[in-house]
Design a protein around this ligand. Structure first.
Ligand SMILES: Nc1nc2c(c(=O)[nH]1)N[C@H]1C(S)=C(S)[C@@H](COP(=O)(O)OP(=O)(O)OC[C@H]3O[C@@H](n4cnc5c(=O)[nH]c(N)nc54)[C@H](O)[C@@H]3O)O[C@H]1N2
Ligand SMILES: Nc1nc2c(c(=O)[nH]1)N[C@H]1C(S)=C(S)[C@@H](COP(=O)(O)OP(=O)(O)OC[C@H]3O[C@@H](n4cnc5c(=O)[nH]c(N)nc54)[C@H](O)[C@@H]3O)O[C@H]1N2
Ligand code: SF4
Ligand SMILES: [Mo]
Length: 732
């Protein structure tokens, strides 16, 4: 990394990255690595792979000496990371050395959830699972097994389960994360924002972040591009009830009342339309239903929005004009984790429409058109067709859900309707932290005849399994090829740098073995995963040897903007950008978003907000010895005046009690002016209560435990979780 770009990156990720360096110096593993001049050490192996501490899949290089893993750095050939990992990626070494890791396959000894196990061989474990699956298939049909996963590691299990005959395959990244956004944008432009997001942050001259807390949300490419935009002098507008890291870079910071963002978005659009500041040419050329849209938003003036949002009318006007000044290089970031209040798909549609008025879709500094290499899938036999169809969304109750709804499967598991679900196969998703309302998840689990969890550590969800399968971590295994859709095309390979320390196995090995035991061996015609790679790459005209050596094969740059010749196609029913949506009207929804104020909490309570810390991923890194050294508990942000009124100061411990009487673990107070008085904030993923997670057990509090209430998005079944309220309980 050259020093200038490094400095830029550090500026944004701020004190946390400094903390990484400091903790690196403390952590003996990293210290050893830093002592090495990697170019001069004999026998030092550099193995390219890609990171899995989150799902961004940054290209990485693992350094290994005498079979021991020393450090992981960015792979300079990788266009996603450009040779720089985020702090979590750097700390990924700790996943390999984590003393809390699962070591051998386990079968439950007593009742579910008691965390009492018998160690078994792989053959016994997989045999047990296959027998139970075949019994469930015989009694209820193959659809009665549901598969939950998150990330690319789930690909081979998905293949086995599809071959088995179930269509019930879901990830929390839809209904608990980005689903409403993708639906809102699809309804408007006909296409998703996808992941990695097609946001051209790097070239934006005005960047609007509505809750997207880049710098804490460490999605690497976006954070680096954000740093570049700041460096280039882009105007940054941040809307957040909390003064986030990103807000520290903003020209305009709008401390909005939580849950009222759609009011602000509508008022911004009102100004753009009424002051004739929008991109008239773009709207005329590509828009459908603009007149009806413009008429529908007439009452949403900045004066109207003020009492809703707490943002002064003048500031709303000023920021709208600033956005117009830089269009089309004004990017209103679509967000990612947008399951907030229940109107999320419509709020996201509002954000899509705002971008449409600014002419940013398809334009430089707005949203580019992603490209990818052409690598066909492996030529497997066709999957059996399910007669029953999916279980999660009966009668298309949520008409715009285009992916499977995790919580819909959970509901069916509880009710047995539209048909019973009797087995859960859970890969790399800690459902007890990821789905709202823990009790419903546990209730569903009670109805199962089989519950399998594949994990690397004894997560909360693993504690409820009948069979736990220990996976090797990403630095010890191959995974599927990453053929990414991005601003330039590339293929990336994950390959092992070191061996798994115990009995752990890679997912592809387990998925293949299971298929064989289920009598589905014909779905795995390849013997080793390397044979699978060879076949796919050869069929596409690329060399596996080259990919192994470099970790990345890049394709030719291609046009990514309308102005460069990308055809302006909008696969909506009208073939245009839908300012007015006939689809929505026909389904009984508002064709243009309509604002409804969010319900208030009980008097004296605070809305519970939550988000990310730069050094942790969800609930999956708290046992990592390097990352937990940097942050081993979360804090609750409480407005300074509120804290003073309650007699609290930073460093005190409290408990949080939600509207349903659920009380959290003790959590440290952070009394700060950086948050509004009507909400509190905590980092997600802490407060582990799995006894086998020795390091993080009982440290910090879990937001998931307090999220007993959720509101389901009527368009697509997403579960809004920013609808819980807490009071602050003093420690006795
Ligand atoms: N309360 C609350 N709920 C949320 C969120 C929130 O902020 N608060 N965020 C939402 C969002 S945005 C998302 S995307 C989802 C994320 O939801 P999840 O993806 O379920 O996130 P985690 O809770 O980290 O669960 C990941 C699990 O995978 C395991 N794991 C890690 N590495 C490996 C591996 O290599 N192999 C295997 N087999 N397992 C592995 C971890 O130990 C952990 O148990 O949660 C959503 N739910
Ligand atoms: N370090 C790290 N980075 C990550 C992850 C991780 O686990 N760790 N997870 C990744 C994933 S899968 C996702 S989805 C993203 C999630 O990250 P983002 O999509 O960026 O953010 P959210 O989780 O939606 O929202 C959190 C922010 O929204 C603010 N907020 C809360 N309520 C409101 C509101 O009503 N209005 C407004 N305007 N703001 C509000 C909070 O104060 C906080 O700053 O992060 C990604 N990046
Ligand atoms: S963003 Fe960070 S944790 Fe995620 S893949 Fe990239 S380096 Fe790894
Ligand atoms: Mo997410």
């Amino acid at each position: 990394m050259n020093s200038l770009s490094r400095r830029r990156f550090l500026k944004i990720s701020g004190s946390t990255v400094a903390a990484v360096a400091a903790a690196g110096a403390v952590g003996s593993l990293v210290k050893k690595a830093e002592a090495l001049d990697s170019n001069s050490v004999e026998g030092l192996q550099k193995i390219p792979t890609y990171c899995d501490i989150c799902f961004w899949k940054c290209g990485a290089i693992a350094y290994v000496q005498d079979g021991k893993l020393w450090k992981v750095e960015g792979n300079p050939l990788d266009p996603l990371s450009e040779g720089r990992l985020c702090p979590r990626g750097t700390g990924g070494v700790g996943a390999h050395y984590d003393p809390d890791r699962l070591k051998a396959p386990l079968i439950r000894k007593t009742v579910r959830g008691a965390e009492e196990w018998v160690e078994v061989t792989w053959d016994e474990a997989i045999d047990y699972i296959a027998q139970k699956m075949l019994k469930i298939k015989a009694d209820y049909g193959p659809e009665a097994i549901a598969f939950f996963s998150h990330g690319i590691g789930g690909n081979f299990f998905k293949h086995t389960l599809k071959a088995f005959g179930t269509p019930n395959i879901a990830a929390p990244s839809f209904a608990q994360c980005r689903g409403p956004r993708d639906v809102g944008f699809r309804l408007t432009f006909g296409e998703d924002v996808s992941s990695p997001e097609r946001t051209d942050i790097r070239n934006a001259q005005c960047l609007v972040l509505i809750g997207s807390h880049l710098g804490e949300n460490m999605h690497n490419t976006q954070v680096q591009e954000f740093a570049q935009a700041v460096e280039n002098g882009a105007t940054i507008i941040v809307v957040d009830p909390r003064f986030s890291v990103a807000a520290g870079k903003a020209k305009y910071y709008l401390p909005i009342k939580p849950g009222t963002d759609l009011a602000l978005v509508l008022a911004w659009m009102n100004v753009l339309v009424n002051e004739n500041l929008y991109d008239t040419h773009y709207v005329e050329q590509y828009g459908f239903g603009f007149e009806q849209f413009a008429a529908s938003i007439q009452s949403y003036t900045p004066e109207w929005a003020y009492p809703q949002t707490g943002i002064e009318p003048e500031l709303i006007r000023k920021t709208a004009r600033e956005m117009a000044r830089y269009r089309p290089a004004t990017l209103v970031h679509p967000g990612r984790h947008v399951t907030w209040n229940g109107d999320d798909a419509q709020r996201s549609r509002g954000i899509a429409l705002l971008n449409a008025l600014l002419g940013s879709w398809g334009r430089k500094g707005g949203f580019y058109t992603p490209v990818s290499m052409d690598v066909p899938p492996y030529p497997y036999p066709a999957y059996p067709k399910s007669e029953k169809g999916k279980v999660d969304n009966p009668d298309h109750k949520y008409p715009f859900a285009h992916e499977t709804i995790t919580t819909g499967i959970r509901e069916a598991t509880i009710s047995g309707k539209p048909y019973p679900i009797k087995g859960w196969f859970v890969y790399a998703t800690n459902l007890l932290h990821a789905l709202p309302n823990e009790d419903e998840t546990l209730k569903a689990i009670q109805n199962l005849d089989l519950m399998v969890v594949v994990d690397v550590i004894p997560s909360e969800i693993a504690g409820w399994a009948d069979v736990v399968l220990p996976e090797s971590v990403y630095l010890e295994r191959h995974d599927d090829l990453n053929v990414e859709w991005f601003r330039e095309p590339f293929i990336a390979l994950r390959q092992p740098a070191v061996e798994a320390p115990h009995e752990q196995k890679p997912n592809w090995w387990m998925a293949k073995k299971l298929a064989e035991k289920l009598g589905l061996g014909n779905y795995y015609p390849w013997k080793t995963i390397e044979e699978y790679f060879e076949t796919r790459l050869n069929n596409a005209g690329y060399s596996y040897a080259e990919l192994k050596e470099k970790g990345i094969i890049r394709g030719k740059k291609q046009p990514i903007y309308f102005d460069e010749g990308v055809p302006a196609e909008f696969p909506t029913p009208s073939g245009k950008i839908e300012f007015y949506s006939v689809q929505l009207a026909d389904a009984g929804f508002d064709p243009v978003p309509v604002y409804k104020a969010p319900p208030e909490g009980p008097p004296g309570s605070f809305r519970l907000l939550y988000g990310r810390a730069p050094v942790h991923s969800f609930s999956r890194t708290q046992s990592n010895p390097i990352l937990s050294e940097m942050m081993d508990e979360n804090e609750v942000w409480i407005n300074f005046d509120v804290a003073a009124r309650l007699g609290l100061k930073s460093g005190d411990y409290v408990k949080l009690k939600n509207q349903d009487g659920v009380i959290s673990n003790r959590i440290k107070v952070k009394a700060t002016e950086r948050i509004r008085t009507d909400c509190v904030y905590m980092v997600h993923g802490f407060g582990h209560n799995s006894k086998m997670l020795k390091r993080p057990y009982g440290k910090g509090a879990s937001d998931a435990q307090l999220i007993t209430k959720y509101v389901t998005d009527p368009l697509m079944g997403g579960t809004a979780m920013n609808v819980n309220f807490v009071t602050i309980e003093m420690e006795a």
